[in-house]
Design a protein around this ligand. Structure first.
Ligand SMILES: Cc1cc2nc3c(=O)[nH]c(=O)nc-3n(C[C@H](O)[C@H](O)[C@H](O)COP(=O)(O)O)c2cc1C
Length: 193
């Protein structure tokens, strides 16, 4: 069966560094036995500006967000994916707000039993892959931490491609070294040698 790869592209810039990195990453994934879907987080229509902490998702048996909008559809796709790729520029030492909007609503993909101190999640066993770029060489480790910690907490395998010194949007277009790194990352995630 084809490996399902869901890519959340979370820069507001359509043709910037994040888009370039995703393109090269997909080149590395190759055409064989992968089912790739790319979602542009900045184009999604939301009914709420982030997780409302209503906790209604904890009272239903489905792993679904009760706020029915385009983000809840993405969350369903995450639950069905083998690999979730989050691609973001570094914005003030963290991920873009566009990504954070989705990331917090992944609360609905967990069920907590606080009395028993137990947690179950549909994310367990998947791979979380982070792709991030920054103008400078400071801050990508800070950006990476919440994704890495979440993967650890959740039982997901974590992989990352961090590109410092990428410059402004689109500046990496002719950078062969970065292109090859992104292609290699795609190959790694696809499981190819
Ligand atoms: C609002 C904003 C905040 C940024 N914050 C940082 C930052 O803290 N550190 C840094 O190195 N680059 C920062 N950058 C630069 C971007 O992270 C960098 O140019 C990135 O590669 C852009 O990716 P994109 O073209 O996909 O949007 C910022 C850019 C913007 C627009």
């Amino acid at each position: 069966m084809a490996k399902k790869i869901l890519i959340v592209s979370a820069s507001p810039v359509k043709d910037g560094n994040t888009t370039l990195l995703i393109g090269w990453f997909c080149e590395g994934l190759g055409a064989g036995n992968v089912d790739i879907e790319i979602i542009r987080a900045a184009s999604l229509k939301y009914k709420s500006n982030g997780c409302t902490a209503c906790r209604s998702c904890q009272k239903i048996k489905e792993y679904e967000c009760v706020i029915k909008d385009e983000a809840s559809i993405v969350l369903k796709k995450m639950a069905a994916a083998d690999v979730i790729v989050m691609a973001t520029p570094l914005y003030f030492f963290g991920a873009s707000a566009q990504l954070k909007l989705i990331f917090d609503r992944m609360f609905s993909l967990y069920k907590w039993d606080n009395d028993a101190g137990a947690m179950q999640t549909v994310l367990k066993g998947k791979t979380l892959a982070l792709i991030a770029s920054a103008f400078e060489d400071v801050g990508l480790d800070a950006l990476k931490a919440p994704f890495c910690l979440t993967a650890e907490y959740t039982g997901m395998k974590f992989e990352s491609l961090l590109i410092p010194n990428a410059g402004v949007s689109g500046a990496i277009k002719n950078n062969l070294e970065i292109k090859n790194k992104a292609i290699a990352f795609g190959r790694k995630i696809s499981g190819k040698p």
